[in-house]
Design a protein around this ligand. Structure first.
Ligand SMILES: O=C(O)CCC(=O)C(=O)O
Ligand SMILES: [Fe+2]
Length: 200
């Protein structure tokens, strides 16, 4: 596929206690734009729900959960059932697996309609994901800042995720670091993010 934009030097953007590697573009801007249209149309987007301090919250951001099996996935006190892969998601999964030499069995999708929507600080450390799991993040649409902050020292770093780009988090990243997608009033266009994961 497109290796044109890939430099062979992929460095860890974390100083220690985990590995976050930015691969840059693995799709051309045109390919990424086409996928964005298809994903906006074909994915079963739903507003995310959570129960926080006993209060039922519904987010503006939309989510979807796809996977191999009948995975039940639970976070923020709400459980969700994985939908069967679509053709496009299987193609993208294979592409990401090739680039990262890792197999995934599920994918969490997020749709941020514009910069007024984001994701708060968290780590993907649910028991169902296993410890020190590899998560591959593929982005489409508006470029957005992805921020990381060490749990203990609050040391921070960030990177801009462009349309068609791939980022992976692996090793002890989820144990020692939080990540977030900050809101930005400057962003007027939608972004779709796919995180390929391995459920155990
Ligand atoms: O949208 C992003 O880039 C981050 C998504 C994320 O952290 C997650 O789905 O757990
Ligand atoms: Fe996350």
């Amino acid at each position: 596929m497109m290796d044109l934009f890939n430099t062979d030097i992929k460095h860890n953007i974390l100083p220690y206690d985990g590995e976050v590697v930015y691969y840059g573009l693995i799709l051309t801007p045109d390919e990424a734009g086409n996928y964005l249209s298809v994903l906006l149309k074909d994915i079963a987007w739903k507003n995310d729900e959570a129960v926080i301090f006993g209060k039922h919250i519904i987010t503006k951001r939309k989510v979807a959960w796809y996977g191999d099996g009948n995975y039940a996935y639970s976070y923020s006190n709400i459980s969700r059932q994985a939908l069967p892969w679509t053709k496009e998601l299987l193609t993208l999964k294979a592409l990401v697996e090739k680039h990262t030499s890792t197999a995934y069995n599920s994918c969490l999708l997020n749709l941020y309609h514009d910069g007024s929507e984001g994701m708060a600080w968290h780590s993907d450390d649910e028991k169902s994901l296993g410890k020190d799991t590899t998560i591959a993040s593929l982005s489409f649409g508006a470029a957005r800042k992805f921020a990381l902050k060490r749990k203990q020292t609050k040391q921070a770093t960030s990177i801009i995720l462009e349309s068609g780009s791939l980022l992976i988090m692996r090793g002890t990243t989820q144990t020692y670091w939080l990540h977030a997608l900050p809101k930005s009033t400057k962003v007027k266009l939608p972004r779709v993010n796919l995180t390929f994961r391995t459920m155990i």
